[in-house]
Write a protein that binds this ligand. Structure first.
Ligand SMILES: Cc1cc2nc3c(=O)[nH]c(=O)nc-3n(C[C@H](O)[C@H](O)[C@H](O)COP(=O)(O)OP(=O)(O)OC[C@H]3O[C@@H](n4cnc5c(N)ncnc54)[C@H](O)[C@@H]3O)c2cc1C
Length: 388
């Protein structure tokens, strides 16, 4: 069977792309290795996604924001602290739009809402329990073979199968992959203190901590540690875990109680050498696997799929080929330009605040104070957080 577009991976990026492309006369196959039941009812995975204004605009355009808004927690302010120093670099709502820097939305809610939207699109067929095994692309078309022996043909093949993308490898596209040796533990915690809708990030010695404000006296606690330390924390009983979290967060929020399951994410950062090839494109984490510390992975994924859909639909509207080289090259050039500065800035920030060399330790407070004194830099970061 021949489709116009084959998307591998029904995560947030693949689901968004299927929604963006639907309704324009193209036939779309969305291939996912998870079962139908898993797609229908994704489980809580600990991630609370900080969405920028621009991302909310894209999700609104896909008609999924009204469902997500009911679960979203608004974020008014963000603060960055270094070690025990009381000095904080702040980004307040004065630098934001309509008094808000952005929203926090659970990742599983995003997946669920996007999946429900796809269900209402008759031109998207979802192939579940299907794992990509081999791809073959040439000027005349793309072919995807699945592990169960089935095969799909299309005019454009899109890899949306995450940062360790197997499809990217099968396409022969290399990627810069950095395993940091660190892992991020995430969970919800109730606390006595009031977060005042402020997200706080502490760059501490040997650990990075963040509290992201959810509704009520609850936050998403995010703690980045060397992998073995994070695994030890995961294995602690509830009482011991809560006591250790209170200590690590220096009792800033008073008593802290575990309010969800705990989830561990090994930190691997990836940058694909190409975002497009003959009859193929990469979106989401398959293109850029950001370090989560600046909360931009899905925001960039949304932006990328939006850009790719625009190029593909423009070509199709003119009666052209949706998998032609020109639109794919334009998508690649524009999306690389949008991602590279954020990717480099995030990695520089991580390097500065995780290295224990004397130079890095001396530079940390100076960089925060410089950021506060340079209104342009501060406004620039504030605007980045609040992108339309
Ligand atoms: C702790 C944490 C916090 C984060 N916080 C934020 C944040 O605040 N803001 C933000 O913007 N981003 C954040 N991110 C990043 C964000 O979660 C990711 O960028 C986003 O989920 C990537 O979506 P994706 O669809 O590209 O990949 P995924 O969500 O990984 O989905 C990939 C899909 O492809 C399927 N798949 C994989 N291989 C195959 C195959 N061979 N065949 C078929 N199917 C396959 C998988 O089953 C999966 O469904 C965070 C990440 C983490 C880990």
């Amino acid at each position: 069977m021949q489709d116009d577009i084959i998307i591998v991976g029904a995560g947030p990026a693949g689901l968004s792309l299927a929604n963006s492309l639907a309704g324009h006369g193209l036939s779309i196959a969305l291939v996912e290795r998870q079962s139908l039941e898993q797609l229908e009812a994704p489980e809580f995975d600990g991630r609370e996604i900080a969405l920028t204004h621009r991302s909310v605009g894209i999700l609104n355009g896909l008609s999924v924001w009204p469902e997500l808004a009911a679960e979203a927690a608004p974020m008014r302010e963000a603060r960055v602290l270094n070690g025990a120093s009381p000095f904080a670099l702040t980004f307040d709502s004065g630098q934001a739009i309509e008094g808000l820097l952005g929203w926090l939305v659970p990742n599983h809610a995003i997946r669920r809402a996007l999946y429900r939207a796809v269900l209402s699109r008759p031109d998207v067929r979802i192939v579940t329990g299907a794992e990509a095994a081999a791809v073959h692309t040439r000027a005349s078309g793309a072919e995807l073979r699945l592990r169960d022996g089935r095969s799909l043909r299309g005019r454009l093949l899109v890899a949306a199968d995450s940062r360790m993308s197997a499809v990217r490898d099968m396409l022969g596209i290399s990627a810069h992959i950095r395993r940091t040796g660190r892992a991020m533990l995430v969970c919800r915690m109730e606390h006595d203190g009031d977060h005042a809708r402020t997200a706080t990030e502490w760059f501490d010695h040997g650990q990075t901590l963040a509290l992201l404000p959810l509704n009520g006296r609850m936050s998403s606690a995010v703690i980045t540690l060397p992998s073995h330390e994070a695994e030890r924390l995961m294995a602690l009983g509830t009482e011991a875990f809560e006591a250790e979290m209170e200590r690590r967060f220096a009792h800033r929020m008073g008593r802290m109680r575990l309010a969800s399951s705990r989830h561990l994410y090994p930190l691997t950062i990836t940058w694909s050498r190409h975002f497009a090839a003959t009859r193929a494109a990469l979106v989401g984490d398959a293109a850029v696997g950001m370090h989560p510390v600046t909360a931009h992975g899905f925001n960039l994924g949304l932006l990328g799929q939006h850009g790719l859909a625009r190029q593909v639909l423009r070509a199709a509207r003119r009666g052209g080929d949706p998998g032609a080289e020109g639109p794919l090259k334009r998508y690649e050039a524009l999306h690389r330009l949008a991602c590279r500065p954020l990717y480099d800035a995030t990695n520089a920030l991580v390097a500065l605040y995780t290295r224990e060399s004397p130079v890095a330790r001396l530079a940390r407070p100076a960089v925060l104070r410089l950021g506060q004194r340079l209104p342009l830099a501060r406004r620039g970061i504030g605007a980045l957080l609040a992108q339309r």
